[in-house]
Design a protein around this ligand. Sequence first.
Ligand code: P6P
Length: 341
Amino acid sequence: MSPTDHPVGTTLTRFLAHELAQREGEHRAIETLLAGVARACQRVSDLVRRGELAGVLGAAGSENVQGEDQKKLDIIANDVFIESLEQCGSLAAMASEEMDAHYPIPDAFTKGDYLIAFDPLDGSSNIDVNGSTGTIFSIMRAPDVRVATDQDFLQPGRDQVCAGYCLYSSATMLVLTLGNGVAGFTLDDSAGEFVLSHPSMRVPASTSEFAINAAYQRHWYPAVTRYIDECVAGESGARGRDFNMRWAGSMVGDVHRILCRGGVFLYPMDAKLDAVGQQGKLRLLYEANPMGLLVEQAGGRAHTGTMPILDVVPDELHQRVPVLMGSVEEVDRLVDYHQRG
Ligand code: P6P
């Protein structure tokens, strides 16, 4: 069964029941887990929408394992996901951008066969200015239900069972893949549930829109400089057409736009990251891998510049990677420029 087999208006619950019915043994656990994810996203969406009125804006006065200043809502959203999922019975452990190590499901609760890695509030620097933010999640199988370790999460992105995000913007949308295409659900506040609105999201192979933080231009390596210069040169340049630029400041906002109308998202390796020994800015397990699976499932490409993102074998929980993803023709051109050096 594919997402296009479901009529617009189908609830997420019914969609999951049909899509997972053929999966012997594991469908109930994934359905329960994703129902918990949807509930957590609804709770975070409500807090985001209420903003100052809910007293959730502003800095928390602490740093996360990445050394980044945390927003209050980073911590609150993380707690919402822990609270919503730790008793669902489908998980052995959880890992998050906001937690140094993995969170093992307490022995008091039923454990399950899956792991979830998530960024509870991606783009949180946007939260105080009412910009788009989101939650990104990646679901994998747990090698050992009894005793989970950080090592258990270190699986290539191609092995994900499910990946998705929830975008908190003008509408709240849950977008996910179970390995059989990409479906988008819009939160119907009156009904209090996610409803299928985008049965089969596809990334057009060609685009004239790129997303990059141009403030780092002086640090770019030649492949990226060449690619962006050619886009900016427009109709009279090598590409023979004008390009547009967007930068949402939240990966969820940029990738959602690409899933809707095409484009290419770049957070590449550069001299500034190299100088501090970082392999990239974005995190592999709970940003690049889930977004990479979604983009590939929607007919796009996701690459580090040297290899497909989904083939990277992680070596630590908060590993970073360079990210080039979106319309196939543009990512292939970027990869070609990277290979030429
Ligand atoms: P910059 C948000 O912090 C994030 O991880 C992504 O969501 C976003 O695309 C990127 O970083 C923004 O980075 O350097 O432009 O602030």
